[in-house]
Ligand binder design. Structure first.
Ligand code: IMP
Ligand code: MG
Length: 182
C-alpha cells in the first residue's frame, strides 16, 4: 500500500511548497486592505489551506465546510450536499474558497453560489490543482497552483476512497489500485 501504489510523482514536496509560497504572495498583494476569509473545503483542502494561510502576510480568518457531490469515487456527478456549513459571519467579507482540485467544476460552482447568499463583498476561488479538460461547466478558478492532466491524483490532501491524503507529494495513482478489493 501507499508509495508502491503511485505510478508517477507529478509534484514533489519542494515544488508544492514553492508554488504555495508564490500563491500566498499573490493573494497578499491582491487582498491589501480587504477583509479576507478563507473558506476551506474539507477534507481535501485542509493540507493546502494550512500552508497557504501561513504564506499570506495579512490578517486572514479561516472557516471550513464539508460538501460532497454525488457520484462514484473517481467520477463526479450531480448535486452538491452540505454536511458542515460555515459558522463565521460572511456579510461584507472577501471570501476566498479554497479546494484541493478542480475537476468537473460542479462543487466549486455550487459553493460559490452558496457563498453569494451571505452578501459578501467578494467571492473568489483558489485551487491547488486544476484538471481543466474535465470541466462540465465554464467554471474558472481565480488562483490555480498547478494545471494537471486527466489522471487520478493523490497526496497533499487528495485521496482515493479516503486514503493517501498524507503523502507529502502529489502523484498519479496506479489504475491497478481501483481494481483491488480492500
Ligand atoms: P468537482 O466538483 O468535479 O470539480 O470535484 C472536485 C472534487 O473531486 C475535489 O474536491 C476532490 O475531492 C475530487 N477529485 C477530483 N479529481 C480528483 C483526483 O484526481 N484525486 C482526488 N480527488 C479528486
Ligand atoms: Mg474534495
Amino acid at each position: 500500500m501507499h508509495k508502491d501504489d503511485i505510478k508517477q510523482i507529478l509534484f514533489t514536496e519542494e515544488q508544492i511548497k514553492k508554488r504555495v509560497m508564490e500563491m500566498g504572495a499573490e493573494i497578499t498583494k491582491d487582498y491589501q486592505g480587504k477583509n479576507l476569509i478563507i473558506i476551506s473545503l474539507l477534507k481535501g483542502a485542509a493540507w493546502f489551506t494550512t500552508d497557504l494561510s501561513r504564506a499570506i502576510d495579512l490578517p486572514v480568518r479561516v472557516d471550513f465546510m464539508v460538501v460532497s457531490s454525488y457520484g462514484n469515487e473517481t467520477v463526479t456527478s450531480g448535486a452538491v450536499k452540505v454536511h458542515l456549513d460555515v459558522r463565521d459571519d460572511l456579510r461584507g467579507k472577501d471570501i476566498l474558497v479554497v479546494d484541493d482540485i478542480l475537476d468537473s467544476g460542479i462543487t466549486l460552482n455550487a459553493v460559490v453560489k452558496m457563498m453569494q447568499m451571505h452578501s459578501p463583498a467578494s467571492v473568489k476561488t483558489c485551487v491547488l490543482c486544476d484538471k481543466e479538460e474535465r470541466r462540465l461547466n465554464d467554471f474558472k478558478a481565480d488562483y490555480v497552483g498547478f494545471k494537471v492532466p486527466d489522471e487520478f491524483l493523490v497526496g497533499f490532501g487528495l485521496d482515493y476512497a479516503g486514503d493517501y491524503r498524507n503523502l507529502p507529494f502529489i502523484g498519479v495513482l496506479n489504475s491497478s489500485v481501483y481494481a483491488r478489493t480492500k
